[in-house]
Design a protein around this ligand. Structure first.
Ligand code: PLP
Length: 286
């Protein structure tokens, strides 16, 4: 298996990144996960724009043009003979031998690498009859609108869900009204109540690419979508619940811990169908 690192294709097993890379020592970096099919990369521009915007916010130089990255990514997919797959991109601030929190203002060469591998195996039952998710406290910082590689709280949350036989965590924070849902360890959530779709607003959560696509297609299908704070209680009393992400696409939720829902519900099925169609259309256009 090959990887792309700083302008070159290397063997993936090569130990090519310095131990003092700030990605390792400080979690000082960003990542993206994209879906690929043969020689198509889904929503490439959306993912790269998100990464570039966050790199600018964090002051990490964005090293390449989108065209160059796409060309190299397609080459990597072809070298690794990946048909249905995932493209992982990581950008860190680079190597800093001093290991000091503050970073040098100049002369930092960012580390940019890409991996292309077959799509992870997910039990299709999750789409057919719905996934089980478990509430877990959102222990993260205030940078959740950026896809940073600081994922320890997400790791703990997803691992908790997995250890209890679930697929994903349902992370929540608390305010004076009680627990409100933020997002999953690696997905965004929606509920359906009385024919309306409601999803947590972008308030220190990741603006998911799939989330944005799903909101748009539901709205253009005439379904009302509201973005606001959504309490855990509302999730438990919803008619339908579903989660979305690049890898999970649109996935119905059958259970939140012991609370059961109809899965997939009617609107969830519409969202699944419309999103599937959007992916097909996008693939057809390129
Ligand atoms: N929320 C978090 C915390 C994530 O890490 C991810 C993806 O990994 C998502 C939401 C879904 O985002 P996207 O639809 O862009 O894959």
């Amino acid at each position: 298996m090959k990887a792309f690192l700083n302008g070159k294709f290397i063997e993936k097993k090569e130990k090519a990144i310095a131990l003092e890379d700030r990605g390792f020592t400080f979690g000082d970096g960003l990542f993206e996960v994209l879906r690929t099919k043969n020689s198509h990369i889904f929503f490439f521009e959306d993912h790269l724009l998100r990464m570039k915007y966050s790199a600018e916010f964090l002051g990490i130089p964005f090293p390449y043009s989108f065209d160059y990255i796409k060309e190299m990514a397609l080459e990597l997919i072809s070298l690794n003979k990946v048909n249905d797959g995932e493209l992982y991109i990581e950008l860190t601030r680079g190597t800093d031998l001093n290991r000091e929190h503050r970073y040098p203002s100049e002369d930092m060469q960012p580390t940019f690498f890409m991996l292309a591998f077959p799509l992870r195996q997910i039990d299709p039952e999750n789409w057919k009859h719905g996934a089980t998710v478990f509430p877990y406290p959102d222990l993260r910082h205030r940078l959740c609108e950026h896809k940073t590689i600081n994922l320890l709280p997400n790791v703990l949350a997803k691992n908790f869900a997995y250890a209890h036989g679930g697929y994903e965590a349902l992370m929540y924070r608390e305010d004076h009204m009680g627990k409100y849902v933020t997002e999953g360890g690696s997905s965004n959530y929606f509920i359906v109540k009385n024919g309306r779709v409601i999803t947590p607003e972008i308030d220190n959560i990741l603006p998911g690419i799939t989330r944005a696509k799903v909101i748009k297609i539901l709205k253009s299908h005439g379904i009302e979508v509201i973005e606001r704070r959504v309490y855990l209680e509302e999730f438990l009393n919803a008619d339908e619940v579903f989660l979305v992400s690049t890898v999970s696409k649109v996935m119905p939720v059958r259970k939140i811990a012991d609370r059961e829902f109809t899965a997939p519900g009617e609107i969830t099925m519409t969202a699944m169908k419309l999103y599937g169609r959007l992916m097909e259309e996008e693939k057809g256009r390129h």
